[in-house]
Design a protein around this ligand. Structure first.
Ligand code: PEP
Ligand code: MG
Length: 585
């Protein structure tokens, strides 16, 4: 049995069997194969070598065409290696006599060669060692390409274990079969974590060395409340966790009983609780949890789940479907927020060196106007079917807002000419998630119909801490006084305009922050649907006066530790039984 501590990102406790997912380099199966499997593994090896050979020929031809004869010669060495009888038979022997999987045999024998080249200790051979590693990755990728096939045949009760999982990989997982998600990398507000929460799947990220410790099929416990993973648990631990699982289920059920009750403070202030969604299908969960509508529809998942950009009709169908499911409740559509961790950089021809500060979100949309126009036209058309608002993500200067609004106005005229109905009064707002926008929020308020504060990015850019990097996760502090100050500044600017202001970062769904957010003046919070009941529970337990007093007190603190301690203490006082799991240090 082994206990690994990671970062709790999606609550719940499950017991399941490990299913390893990842790039070839990350997950080489170390199991011993049966004699009956030897022939199959040798065939797989041959096919993978042939496949890598074909790739090398293509690469050589492309290089010759684009760069000339000399650079193309580099690939002669790769091609020669693949024909090297000694190497190929060593790999084959490792399968036949050593009963290794094809992947392991390839990895081991290629590494022997790398070691030999490295020991020669000169630059030419150092380069050759890199070439061997490159080729190894190609052969392994080809062998492990079968992974997609494996994913299509997941056993029930699988816990996905990956070094890193992209948001689109997570979103594509079969929810009938997968019971939990574990990754070595990642942070609490990374998009994969958000998707795991949206799927209601217990999840722990930032486990750092889990992939290396685990074999496919190993039994494990995922404790998404505490951020703990237990490998190969003993019977006593298993019993203990089954009891905790039952307790967690019962407390969730009790919270769900609130879903039909109003979200109102003890002194009668109504707070709108909205759901964040990635797909229209999640609206069922928003309503089941007692949500008032959708406060953030992350439309970029339409790009992430297909190879081609979505067409106007794809957008239109999705938005109309969302409005139908909402039955007259409001829908806030955020335009495409591609980029950074929401665009696998491998998909780009020329990956960015620093994608979090790169061509992402509204910048990306403005740079690809044909895709942006298709989306905006569809939003306008959909606005004829129900209450739609539109907002632009990661706006950092006024021009971006103005350009977006201008495009909407032009498209509105186009629709008018074509006699297509749309809501001429559709509110257009901005997400405030960059410090420049927060600091200029009074100026932005004059040209926006509403604000939605995106604290996930606001924290990252204010504190210069990557939201998805487990190494700096301890520095990612929504309770940092600088963040609290910026949120307060934005809420005040909205109130002064006056325009509506909501908050849709993960902070909105964390009960530790609810009283502070209410006390600072927020009246609309948008969150992962599963969190709505617990936030409603906080709201129904407090008065606005209590919240405002707390906000004033917190406003004078100068460290995140002080802020967080004060918030936890207040929450604990409300009901230690219900909120115990959120205030545990
Ligand atoms: C945010 O940044 O807080 C936000 C809600 O947007 P996303 O998490 O999709 O970046
Ligand atoms: Mg964001």
């Amino acid at each position: 049995m082994e206990r690994i501590k990671g970062i709790a990102v999606s609550p719940g406790i499950v017991v399941g069997r490990a299913f390893l997912v990842g790039t070839a380099e990350q997950v080489v199966p170390h199991r011993t194969i049966a004699e009956s499997e030897v022939e199959g593994q040798v065939v797989r090896l041959r096919e993978a070598l042939d496949d890598a050979g074909r790739q090398i020929v293509e690469l050589r031809e492309r290089t010759r065409f684009e760069l000339g004869e000399e650079p193309a010669k580099i690939f002669e060495f790769h091609a020669g290696l693949l024909r090297d009888r000694a190497l190929v038979s060593a790999i084959q022997r490792r399968i036949e006599n050593g009963r290794a999987t094809a992947e392991l045999a390839v990895a081991e024998q290629f590494r022997v060669l790398v070691g030999q080249f490295k020991r020669m200790g000169n630059e030419v051979f150092e380069q050759k060692a890199n070439d061997v590693l490159d080729l190894e990755r190609r052969v392994l990728d080809s062998l492990m390409g079968e992974q997609e096939d494996r994913l299509a045949h997941l056993p029930e009760g699988s816990v996905i274990v990956a070094h890193e999982l992209t948001p689109s990989q997570a979103a594509a997982l079969d929810r009938q079969k997968v019971v939990g998600i574990l990754t070595d990398l990642g942070g609490r507000t990374g998009h994969t974590s958000i998707v795991a929460r949206a799927m209601g799947m217990p999840s722990v990220v930032g486990c750092q060395r889990l992939v290396g410790l685990i074999e496919d099929g190993d039994e494990l416990i995922v404790d998404g409340n505490e951020g703990v993973v237990i490998l190969r648990p003993d019977p006593r631990t298993l019993d203990d966790y089954r009891r905790r699982q039952e307790r967690s289920r019962r407390s969730r059920q009790a919270l769900m009983e609130l879903s039909g009750l109003e979200s109102v403070t003890r002194d009668g202030v109504r707070i709108q609780l909205m759901g964040n969604i990635e797909f229209p299908e999640e609206i069922g969960a928003v309503l089941a949890n007692g949500g008032d509508g959708v406060g953030l529809y992350r439309t970029e998942f339409m790009w992430l789940t297909r190879d081609e950009p979505p067409t106007e009709e794809d957008h239109y169908r999705a938005y109309v479907r969302a409005l139908e499911l909402l039955g007259g409740r409001p829908l806030t559509i955020r335009t495409c927020d591609l980029g950074a961790d929401k665009y696998t950089q491998e998909r780009m021809e020329d990956p960015e060196r620093n994608p979090f500060l790169g061509l992402r979100s509204i910048r990306h949309s403005l740079a690809v106007p044909s895709e942006f126009k298709a989306q905006l036209r569809a939003i306008l058309r959909a606005s004829a079917h129900g209450p739609v608002k539109t907002m632009f993500p990661l706006v950092s200067n006024l021009m971006e807002l103005r350009q977006g609004k201008l495009m909407l106005a032009d498209l509105g005229e186009e629709l008018e000419d074509e006699g297509i109905p749309f809501d001429r009064q559709m509110p257009v707002g901005v997400m405030i998630e960059v410090p420049s926008a927060a600091l200029m929020s009074r100026t932005f308020a004059a040209e926006s119909a509403f604000f939605s504060i995106g604290t996930n990015d606001l924290v990252q850019y204010t504190l210069a801490v990557d939201r998805g990097n487990e190494r700096v996760a301890h520095l990612y502090q929504p309770a940092h006084p600088a963040v609290v100050y910026l949120v307060k500044t934005v809420v005040r600017a909205a109130r002064g305009a006056p325009i509506d202001c909501s908050l849709c970062g993960e902070m909105a769904g964390d009960p530790v922050f609810s009283m502070l957010l209410l006390g600072m003046g927020l009246r609309t919070l948008s969150m992962v649907p599963d969190q709505i009941p617990v936030i409603k529970r906080v709201i129904r337990s407090v008065t606005m006066e209590q919240c405002e007093r707390l906000a004033r007190r917190v406003g004078s603190f100068d460290s995140e530790r002080q802020v967080e301690t004060a918030l936890r203490d207040e929450l604990r006082k409300l009901d230690p039984d219900v909120f115990g799991q959120w205030v545990a240090e």
